[in-house]
Design a protein around this ligand. Structure first.
Ligand code: COS
Length: 396
């Protein structure tokens, strides 16, 4: 397989790198410290067209191939993993169901607005008692007399949930049906002003109440909030696919987004490695640069090798996706490996920086905190191993 970046991809990489240096790097530490949603940066990313990176040109998107999408997420993650997470949650998992299973009229109605940034998307699956066991959700959607749905339930950790205009919601029409009851809806917030960060974020008349935002170890500028559906009315026009088809849509959404989580982990790890190389070349101890000690060189060599392997696995999954082949196993392998090496590389980077690595004044500790969640969200490492094993055993 050829992982060489084409001229177009190299140009994209340099463009997004420049954007990140100018528009993200100066603010990243403060956003993290204050757990502040990066609304301004997201607006600027939308103006550049990146909100539509997964949306087809027909609906105003950039229609980028999966490797180019990875490049964008990697470069933004180097600067601020929280911002990369907000973008990926919108562009990939927030719009997957609509892009792949929406009706023509649903796509016409929402995709151009999601591509331009007029609307921000969110994906809401997780509940207090349904994390890894995605089929166990209890948010219930009951059809009422006029054929529309009344939704009741409690969601947690909804990325972008507080600021989003459109929620891709997983509910069940009957929890006893388990997988076969799961159904996807598009919930449009009401009483909102269009544009990121301008909304009424506390309540709205449709029966959706925004709860607490999670206070997290890392990705502190990403908002993950509770959503309470209290007799929320959802039009039958906003049903995606058919009733009971939702589980497969969810699994497809996670397959796609796991490639971008791997890209996020790679971006974080690359930044940790680059900072470590710079530090080791500058820092003098016992009369010579740290980089001249073989012990340091061995550490850097291992970090670089693991990172390259993670990138190959990630681009391999992206290429498979691009070719239209099944990529469930490869996406899980990429996420598993990239997230675990990001944990190791960022921890090693702190050690290489010595005491400074432990300080909030330097960016490496943020990288370590941000890397951690890539081993947890959109499927823990254990879930990835389970997916890989099931796919492998099914194929034989
Ligand atoms: N694509 C399409 N269909 C898939 C699929 C995929 N990637 N994975 C599973 N399915 C189908 C199966 O083929 C099966 O269909 P049939 O009933 O027709 O045979 C159905 O879905 C049920 O699959 P399975 O039995 O594997 O479901 P499980 O309940 O055992 O769950 C796991 C499977 C654990 C993989 C799933 O629940 C999962 O990914 N959990 C993690 C969820 C997660 O990432 N949460 C974090 C969300 S962060 S936003």
């Amino acid at each position: 397989m050829d992982f060489n970046l084409t001229k177009e991809r190299l140009e994209l990489q340099s463009k997004i790198h420049e954007f990140a240096q100018k528009e993200i790097v100066p603010y990243a530490a403060e956003l993290d410290r204050e757990a502040k949603f990066p609304a301004e940066i997201l607006r600027k990313l939308a103006i550049q067209g990146y909100f539509g990176m997964c949306i087809s040109k027909e609906f105003g998107g950039l229609e980028l191939d999966p490797i180019s999408q990875c490049i964008i997420i990697e470069e933004i993650s180097k600067a601020c993993a929280s911002t990369a997470c907000c973008l990926a949650a919108h562009a990939s998992i927030g719009t997957f169901a609509l892009r792949n299973y929406g009706t023509e009229s649903q796509k016409q109605r929402y995709l151009p607005r999601l591509a331009s940034g007029e609307m921000l998307a969110c994906f809401s699956l997780t509940e207090p008692n349904a994390g890894s066991d995605a089929a166990n959700i209890r948010t219930i959607a009951k059809k009422d007399a006029d054929g529309n749905y009344l939704v009741n339930g409690h969601k947690i950790f909804a990325t972008n949930g507080r600021y989003a205009d459109l929620i891709t919601l997983a509910a069940t029409i009957n929890s006893e049906l388990k997988h076969n009851g799961i159904t996807i809806f598009l919930v449009e917030k009401t009483k909102t002003d269009i544009g990121i960060g301008k909304y009424n974020t506390n309540a709205n008349s449709s029966g959706l109440r925004i709860g607490k935002s999670a206070d997290k170890l890392g990705l502190r500028a990403t908002d993950n909030c509770e959503l309470f559906f209290e007799n929320a009315k959802v039009s039958s026009e906003n049903l995606v696919g058919n009733e009971g088809e939702g589980f497969k849509i969810l699994m497809g959404s996670l397959d796609e987004s796991r490639i971008l989580i791997a890209a996020q982990a790679i971006g974080i790890a690359q930044q940790a490695l680059d900072l470590s190389i710079g530090h080791c070349k500058r820092r003098i101890q016992f009369g010579k640069n740290l980089s001249e000690f073989q012990a340091t060189q061995f550490k850097l060599a291992d970090m670089a090798t693991q990172l390259e392997a993670a990138r190959f696995l990630t681009y391999n999954a992206a290429l498979l996706k691009d070719s239209g082949k099944k990529f469930t196993k490869e996406a899980a392998q990429a996420k598993l490996f990239a997230s675990e090496i990001a944990g190791k590389i960022t921890t090693e980077a702190i050690k290489l920086h010595g005491g400074k690595g432990y300080l909030r004044d330097y960016p490496v500790e943020r990288l370590m905190r941000d890397a951690k969640v890539t081993e947890i969200y959109e499927g823990t490492s254990e879930i990835q191993r389970l997916v890989i094993a099931r796919e492998m055993l099914r194929d034989k």
